[in-house]
Design a protein around this ligand. Structure first.
Ligand code: ATP
Length: 327
């Protein structure tokens, strides 16, 4: 799957210097609830125009951090600048520049989608165009529908629209696709990707690794209040340098020593004749294996080539058991 971050769309091209400017800068952030330290002195930097994914297991401290960045929660210690201001003391003009899509919201009773957007637009100095915003989130056909009559996925679209109506520069998305069906998730991803094309900066929290992989330019993983890894979806936790597992069942009566000399030392025998080659040069080793097998008339029907997924990397970073560990 081609990641959005691999697509260099014209609209997403903020200038290099503007991109370099941090939209969020955090140094030594600490949050304690009584004796419990939920955030243990973290540093973060989010650049203009990027989709930044903030990942971590339940209770890691993500919501606490995000709410401090949004100005909804006070920190215990550390320095925080969001769009150049301290969120703890920022003014109304600053709030207009920040959009928030919360996990759950209730639509305004008695108002249609359009009426709801008109009402929210009235709170801002320079709101976005209502029709354009409905079109961006795919709600044009529902303009006249009461908010309370929307499906769950459509309500989330309305939430997006409400967060965008003030034309914010920075948008916090808190688990934006939880509970969506697969096609609604894809549609929401396209909305998020569309926001980046508009030059917005997105701070995304999610528990879905495919979402982070598809959307994020950079990922930071938080665990027990501390940052345990930072990188792109491709490089996180050294993923780009991890070996590829080539597995197959050895034909009856053969062992690892019967394989070509370049392969046999790399083979880890498994149960039931399974052989796994941990390879740093998968193409070379596949060719060796293919030549060997075809030359002897073996078709290795269960041949499998597996690169570590983002989910596996994430699970190992956060100390959770992976499916592989349980095998
Ligand atoms: P999740 O993925 O489940 O939403 P999270 O990473 O957002 O988790 P937080 O909600 O930031 O985690 O919670 C971090 C820790 O702080 C948890 O141990 C939680 O119990 C604790 N905590 C959060 N809010 C409070 C509060 N208001 N008072 C006391 N402890 C809190």
């Amino acid at each position: 799957m081609e990641s959005i971050s691999d697509q260099r769309g014209a609209g997403q091209a903020a200038t290099a210097s503007a991109r370099a400017e941090p939209v969020i800068s955090v140094r030594g952030l600490v949050k304690r609830y009584g004796s419990h330290q939920a955030v243990a002195g973290i540093d973060l930097e989010v650049r203009r125009g990027e989709i930044f994914a903030f990942l971590g297991p339940n209770g890691a401290g993500k919501t606490t951090t995000v709410e401090i960045l949004e100005g909804f929660r006070q920190r215990t210690a550390g320095e925080v600048a969001v769009l150049g201001q301290d969120p703890a003391t920022a003014d109304g003009a600053w709030r207009d520049r920040v959009g928030v899509v919360l996990q759950e919201s209730e639509p305004e009773p008695g108002l249609s989608v359009r009426e709801c957007l008109v009402m929210y637009a009235g709170y801002y100095r320079k709101p976005r165009d209502i029709d354009e915003t409905m079109s961006l989130v795919g709600l044009t056909a529902k303009a006249g529908t009461l908010g309370t009559r929307l499906s769950g996925g459509q309500r989330r679209r309305l939430d997006f629209a409400l967060a965008l109506i003030g034309d914010p520069e920075l948008i916090f998305l808190d688990e934006p696709t939880t509970g969506f069906d697969p096609s609604a998730r894809r549609a929401a991803w396209e909305v998020v990707a569309g926001l980046r094309k508009l030059g917005k900066t997105i701070f995304l929290t999610t528990h879905y690794m495919d979402e982070a992989e598809y959307l994020a330019d950079r990922i930071t993983v938080l665990s027990a209040g501390q940052i345990v890894a930072e990188g792109t979806p491709r490089t996180l936790g050294g993923r780009d340098h991890m070996t590829t597992a080539i597995s197959f069942t050895l034909p009856d009566g053969l062992g690892a020593r019967d394989l070509p000399a370049g392969l046999s030392p790399l083979v880890e025998p498994g149960s039931g004749g399974l052989a796994v080659v941990h390879s740093e040069s998968p193409l070379v080793h596949l060719q060796m294996l293919g030549n060997w097998a075809l030359g002897r008339g073996f078709d290795l029907p269960d041949l499998d080539v597996h690169r570590p997924t983002l989910e596996e990397v994430y699970l190992s970073l956060t100390g959770s058991p992976t499916t592989k560990d349980r095998r």
